[in-house]
Design a protein around this ligand. Sequence first.
Ligand SMILES: *Cc1c(COP(=O)(O)O)cnc(C)c1O
Length: 443
Amino acid sequence: MGQNDPRRQIPRTDQLLAHPELRHARSRLGDDVIRSTVRDVQEQARRGDLAPGDVEARVLAAVAYRAASSLRPVLNATGVIVHTNLGRAPLSGSARQALLSAAGYVDVEMDLPTGGRSRRGAGARRALLDACPAAEEALVVNNGAAALVLATTALAGAGEVVISRGELVEIGAGFRLPELIESTGARLREVGTTNRTHLADYAAAIGTQTGCLLKVHPSNFRVSGFTSGVGIGQLRSLADEHQVPLVVDLGSGLLAPDPMLPGEPDISGALAAGADVVIASGDKLLGGPQAGLVLGRAEVMARLARHPLARAVRADKLTLAALEATITGEPTPVTAALHADPVRLRERAERLAAATGGRVVQHDGRVGGGGAPGVPLPGWAVQLPEPVARRLRTGDPVVLPRVHGGACLIDLRCVPEADDERLAAAVRAALAHVHDGPRAAGT
Ligand SMILES: *Cc1c(COP(=O)(O)O)cnc(C)c1O
């Protein structure tokens, strides 16, 4: 590097680290993160991608922008309520509060009056039992998949799990329930065909090897046409006759029926129909944190709770806190989005269209990965040029629109109304960028 090499002007690491703003950033960021940010920016300047005089400002901006967690909050403008790629259910205000309170030390497994140990997560258990009086016992584990593995392992061991071929579903990203169940040593005894299974098929398969009967609600697809399945009530009679437990995996986890989703089974209904154990996810239609809910008859539930795997899949304190608050608190954002008034959605869409020059079009929302496949939720969207979508995804706040039919669609169903102004500002900024190019928009 020669005397006049501009790279000599790059501020040194110790100079930058001594800047008051970087010293202050140490209250929220680790030293390694700050140092590596400084190194990255210096490196940009060495490569000639940044003027040496801009290094300090770039470091300060990068550190100011850097949060300890890299997860970015997203305004979900897709109209898809339970969006797997966006973390499924957004939590209610009560659940968020509960998460924060439980983040420190908390009496998750202690009886404070006696100072002795208590049942873990008693509050979440109580809330579930109060919401589903048909259940005698409830257990919360890590997620629905863990609940299914625990139930089938505890009840079938190395024996057989009898299941209809029409219910051997893949639950997303290559995870298949059959493989999951078999991963712990249980064997599947498949009965019937993809489209039709009869009670006699189950009856013929039950034998000395049978550990349990399993019924799975195919929550992410629907078979139509020449189909038939066997209901929980019929399976109950068979289970009684042969003294084997009946496990029902509902997937989505409605606590009680919802008139918006007539085809979606609920936990209380499945228990009343005769299931010994019902399994559901906490973060689909229930609208809570990721969790696996297991509810059912005390005697069968005790076998699950005693199994060593129960310890490996137990829920953490944050989940227990948020789940209890989800059930006992105000209606969840998932419920609000599901029951959003189309008239109100249209008013909001029109206001956004007026503020941004977009056009209001009819647009159906969807329940999403959470269940109720094929159930459209009539509503509205604001249509914008497709290139706006990318700007929205990379802007601040981050907005995820739907890209469909060569257009960028903004559906307000899953956007809290309080965020409408922020969303409109984000759309205007994205439009300015797309129309005028990066230079004119100033970034
Ligand atoms: C979603 C789903 C699962 C898995 O639940 P997770 O909470 O995602 O682990 C299992 N079974 C069915 C039927 C499902 O829909």
